[in-house]
Structures are given as C-alpha cells and as structure tokens.
Design a protein around this ligand. Structure first.
Ligand code: HEC
Length: 117
C-alpha cells in the first residue's frame, strides 16, 4: 500500500510537470500578437517598395512600375506581388528574396486587402 502511494504521488508529480510543458494558452497568443493591426501602406509597405523594388521598377525602367499605391495595387490585384514576393517560385527582388520581416509585413498588408492607409 505504501509503495502504491509513493508510485501514485510520483505519477501525479509527473502529470503536473507535463501540463506545465504545454506553454501559454494559444488563445492568448492570438490576442496579444496581432501585430498586423498596426501595419499601414504609408509607414511600412511603400518604404519597402521604394528601397527594394523601385530601383528597377521605376518610370522608364523595368515593367511594371511600382512607385505608388495605384501602380502597386494593380499588381496586387493581378496576384503578382504575392507570387513574386511570397509564393515564388521566381522571387523578387531579382537578387533574391526579401528578408523575412519584410515578407511578413507585405503578407499582413495583403491579408488585410492591401488598403491605401
Ligand atoms: C535588380 C532589378 C529588380 C529589382 C530590385 C526588382 N525587380 Fe521585379 N523584375 C525585374 C526584372 C528584370 C523583371 C522581368 C523578369 C522577370 O519577370 O523575372 C521583373 C519583373 C517583375 C514583375 C513582373 C513579372 C511578374 O511576375 O508579374 C513583378 C510583379 C516584379 N518584378 C515585382 C518586383 C517587386 C515586388 C520587387 C521588390 C520587392 C522587385 N520586383 C524588385 C527586376 C527587378
């Protein structure tokens, strides 16, 4: 009987430590990390196009021109920004993929419907 009690308490200890390993409640993660909410075209997205794309995609340069909202939105609507920045297989800029943080910003913005904000 004594041995059984010791065994039972060991079991419950290991059970407690197992439940601790699960980590934070996933519901809370979703609520606290909705960083997409703060992303705007003017503050986050246009600067990426200006520094990473317009060097080639400017007026008189490589088609399509990507230097303002209307021009960029036309490519978004045709699925070309998602294809060339996020999905591949042939990525832009031509030198390789954008860094993950910039790809994530563009993903957030596209998921929000590519607003002009
Ligand atoms: C070093 C020059 C260069 C840079 C920088 C560059 N591109 Fe391009 N881009 C090209 C060339 C060359 C083509 C035509 C060949 C091709 O499609 O791969 C092209 C074609 C495109 C096209 C049209 C073809 C299609 O698939 O619809 C899109 C859209 C595009 N680029 C998006 C971008 C975006 C977005 C960026 C910035 C993240 C970017 N590009 C940066 C050179 C560049």
């Amino acid at each position: 009987m004594k041995l059984f009690l010791i065994f039972a308490s060991m079991l419950s200890i290991s059970f407690v430590s197992c439940t601790k390993d699960i980590g934070p409640n996933p519901d809370l993660i979703v609520k606290t990390s909705n960083a997409c909410d703060t992303i705007t075209f003017t503050k986050h997205i246009l600067p990426i196009f200006n520094s990473e794309c317009v060097i080639c995609h400017s007026a008189g340069g490589q088609n399509p021109e990507l230097s303002n909202y209307t021009l960029i939105k036309t490519q978004v609507d045709g699925g070309r920004i998602k294809a060339r920045v996020i999905d591949g297989p042939s990525f832009m800029p031509a030198s390789g993929r954008l860094p993950d943080n910039q790809i994530n910003l563009i993903k957030c913005w596209l998921d929000a419907g590519a607003p002009n904000n």
